[in-house]
Design a protein around this ligand. Structure first.
Ligand SMILES: Cc1cc2nc3c(=O)[nH]c(=O)nc-3n(C[C@H](O)[C@H](O)[C@H](O)COP(=O)(O)OP(=O)(O)OC[C@H]3O[C@@H](n4cnc5c(N)ncnc54)[C@H](O)[C@@H]3O)c2cc1C
Length: 716
């Protein structure tokens, strides 16, 4: 009997009962390992099954030590708020365990108390809210209309292993290969007890046995990443089924089964989708479910300004968030036992992005100011194929807020990339041609554009049957037709655009952060799943998996916490700039708009798809100057550090994220995944580490110290 057959039988038994698990490991151990002691060891390790790894995955001092030893550390010295107030949470006694503070308001009517606060109404925030609402009151805070999110624009779909010919192992491998990271096959092939052929096969087989990973992690902590990939790929199918149960409706094939599409980097058809508007359907279904849930209160047009934190015994705690109601121009303070940040991406640090205008990196910047650890910010994914407006027969009259995406699924469905001389170029760069991972395709397009001095390349799907094109891509076909382009008979002009932030707030296996009471899920989080490059359609999946994983620890934290309703006065309240005289506010808004455009163009020119140390250093300098000038301008017009308005807050956050990206990119002296630099064009084994940005203890709200000096010296 082949190893594969034994493995499959063992796996089946393993799911069913304990003897099955033993059989599985025994058979696999004996057949896969040349060395009997190791096989025996594997069996024993598997048999003594305990959740060691998961129990030990929380952030703590040891973790920080581990990160210190194994990570590229970039210390980032500005923009940190440290608020020191007394501890607000006390442990609950058994007697008051069931008392809950529901939605209520204090005497000022601008402080609200909830068990759970969720910042963001995309897939991660909504999915989490639906689960935790079974245990307490939930406020969903979102800065625009509830549906306005990256989720709503997702076209391709959610990847999950839902077809018998596919496997978790294959999904893992695809994720790992795209991620070009800690978890590629070479890393998995760790040297363990002197056994050199300790392959990925064993790790995958051992997924019922976290102990195996925990043991491996003793030898190489980077194994955690492999574990994370495995967790997401394994839990994915259930998360998709839950979405369907909630009411999301996905496309089915003629056989009545879910239609599974294929995208670049995937070796199987495994993308669950609703035509090319998957995100819209997910968002619709989740919002409907939230609407039906009486324990959830949704606050639209509430911009989260900053997290409310305290320090106790060297630990940071999160107690909620200050918000600005952008419709009524009121400051509303939300106090909670648990806060989930699910505020999405930061696409708008670049001028051309597929992200809607809400994606200004607020969550990462807020968390950074609140002392959270940030990771992997150099890995910005540029989608290779956004619609190039200048190549359309009829040019759009107004510049779009966000570039219109031409989903990867078009290439998955057979779309071919040509330069403007109709030469197919992808095979020149990669044997996977159009199905190569996004970073490869984006760099290839970038290279073609630079070499040929052209503004766009062409993506052609017109060789496919018209009905197929229209049924698979109705949204894209309709959007192009608005500008005179029929994609069933013409090629689509495309260019790369900023699309996804692989880095973010460093999260543990349950979405926990180093700030107690603060959890993260979705694009704002850096779980490690994507490594240096996200595999197509893995982000909705990651958001679903981590939103769910964050539920239990959140409930535990909530159950062990009390809310002090008097605490709301402990933090300085943000102020509206209503006291500013004359045209000051108009001037500030005008200057902020121009500064935003300037920052975006610096990022595009110096921190784009292909980077170099000198360009990154130029960007660092230019951004520093731009920020100092902007702050100088504001403060000279009477602004003070507690003042807030939407535009200024977003600007501050964009600056923060841009600097995090530049700093992280400068810290990585190799090219890996999405980070490509001409000065270090190759992968370096010794650099196979995440970039970690620890918070500093500088007590600054505004970024440049000059400004603080300036404030001191300015007449008020
Ligand atoms: C055009 C496009 C196509 C994509 N296609 C796919 C795909 O096919 N498959 C896939 O897996 N992924 C895809 N992605 C990526 C995926 O959509 C996102 O990564 C995912 O939806 C992120 O979900 P989220 O819940 O983390 O954040 P989002 O869906 O972005 O939600 C963030 C929420 O936070 C709110 N928010 C932000 N800042 C604040 C603040 N300061 N205060 C209050 N609220 C705030 C926003 O308003 C929004 O409601 C695509 C992304 C885009 C842009």
């Amino acid at each position: 009997m082949s190893v594969a057959a034994i493995w499959k039988i063992g796996k089946w038994f393993g799911r069913v009962n304990l003897p099955g698990r033993m059989y599985s490991l025994l058979s696999f151990g004996l057949s896969a390992f040349p060395s009997r002691p190791v096989a025996l060891f594997a069996c024993v390790a598997g048999f003594v099954r305990f959740e060691f790894l998961e129990e030990n995955s929380n952030f703590g001092e040891e973790d920080r030590d581990t990160l210190d030893r194994f990570c590229t550390i970039s210390r980032f010295g500005h923009g940190t708020t440290v608020r020191s107030v007394q501890t607000l949470f006390t442990r609950r006694t058994a007697a008051d365990r069931h008392t809950r503070i529901a939605c209520s308001q204090d005497s000022n009517c601008d402080t609200k108390f909830f068990d759970f606060i969720v910042v963001g109404s995309g897939v991660a925030g909504l999915r989490y809210a639906l689960e935790v609402s079974k245990y307490g009151s939930v406020a969903i805070i979102t800065k625009a209309e509830p549906q306005e999110s990256n989720t709503n624009y997702a076209q391709g779909g959610v990847s999950a292993v839902l077809c018998p010919s596919d496997s978790v192992e294959s999904h893992m491998q695809d994720t790992i290969i795209a991620g070009a990271y800690l978890c590629d096959e070479e890393t998995v092939r760790v040297s363990f007890l002197g056994v050199s052929n300790f392959t990925i096969l064993f790790l995958i087989q051992a997924y019922w046995y976290p102990v195996a990973f925990s043991l491996l992690m003793k030898y190489d902590p980077r194994m955690l990443i492999v574990y994370i990939v495995m967790v997401v790929c394994t839990e994915g199918p259930d998360r998709v089924k839950e979405l369907i149960a909630i009411g999301a409706s996905f496309d089915h094939g003629d056989d009545g089964k879910l239609h599974l599409a294929r995208e670049g980097g995937h070796s199987h058809n495994r993308i669950v989708h609703a035509a090319d508007m998957t995100g819209r359907e997910i968002e619709r279904a989740l919002l409907k479910a939230v609407d039906d849930e009486p324990n959830i209160f949704l606050f639209g047009h509430h911009f989260a300004i900053d997290l409310l934190t305290s320090q106790d015994n060297g630990e940071s705690y999160c107690h909620g968030v200050d918000t600005l109601n952008t419709e009524t121009q009121q400051i509303v303070r939300f106090i909670s036992k648990v806060t989930l940040l699910a505020s999405g991406g930061a696409g708008h640090i670049y001028p051309s992005t597929t992200n809607p205008p809400v994606a200004t990196g607020d969550g990462v910047a807020m968390a950074h100011r609140a002392q959270a650890v940030i990771s992997n910010m150099e890995f910005v994914q540029f989608h290779p194929t956004a619609l190039a407006d200048e190549g359309l027969p009829i040019k759009p009259i107004n510049r779009r807020d966000n570039a219109f995406l031409i989903t990867e699924a078009v290439r998955g469905d057979g779309g071919i990339l040509y330069n403007q001389s109709m030469q197919r170029f992808m095979p020149l760069y990669d044997e996977r041609a159009e199905l190569a991972p996004r970073d490869v395709v984006a760099r290839s397009i970038d290279d073609q554009l630079k070499k040929r001095g052209e503004k766009y390349v062409l993506l052609d799907i017109s060789h496919k049957p018209r009905e197929q094109i229209l049924s698979h891509f109705p949204n894209i076909a309709a959007e192009c037709l608005r500008y005179g382009l029929d994609i069933t008979c013409s090629s689509i002009p495309v260019v790369p655009a900023a699309h996804y932030m692989c880095g973010g707030i460093r999260a543990g296996l349950h979405g926990e952060t180093n700030v107690k009471g603060l959890y993260v899920a979705g694009e704002v989080a850096c779980t490690g799943l994507h490594g240096a490059n996200r595999l197509a359609s893995n982000s909705l999946l990651e958001a679903l998996v981590f939103a769910r994983r964050a539920v239990q620890p959140s409930i535990d934290h909530m159950a062990g916490s009390n809310l002090d309703t008097h605490s709301s006065t402990l933090w300085t309240r943000p102020m509206l700039p209503s006291s500013l005289k004359g045209h000051a506010i108009q001037e500030i808004l005008f200057r902020t708009k121009a500064t935003r455009v300037e920052l975006q163009s610096i990022m595009w020119e110096f921190v784009g798809i292909v980077r170099s140390t000198s360009r990154l250093k130029t960007a660092e300098w230019k951004i520093g100057e731009l920020e100092a000038d902007w702050e100088d301008f504001l403060f000279r017009r009477g602004w003070n550090p507690t003042m807030v308005c939407l535009e200024a807050c977003e600007m501050k956050n964009l600056f923060c994220c841009a600097k995090l990206v530049v700093n992280s990119a400068l810290a990585r002296h190799e090219s890996r995944g999405l980070h490509f630099t001409e000065d270090f064009p190759f992968l370096e084994e010794s650099k196979r580490k995440p970039t970690i940005i620890f918070p500093t203890s500088m007590k600054l709200t505004w970024s440049s110290q000059q400004v603080h000096k300036l404030i001191a010296g300015l007449p008020r």
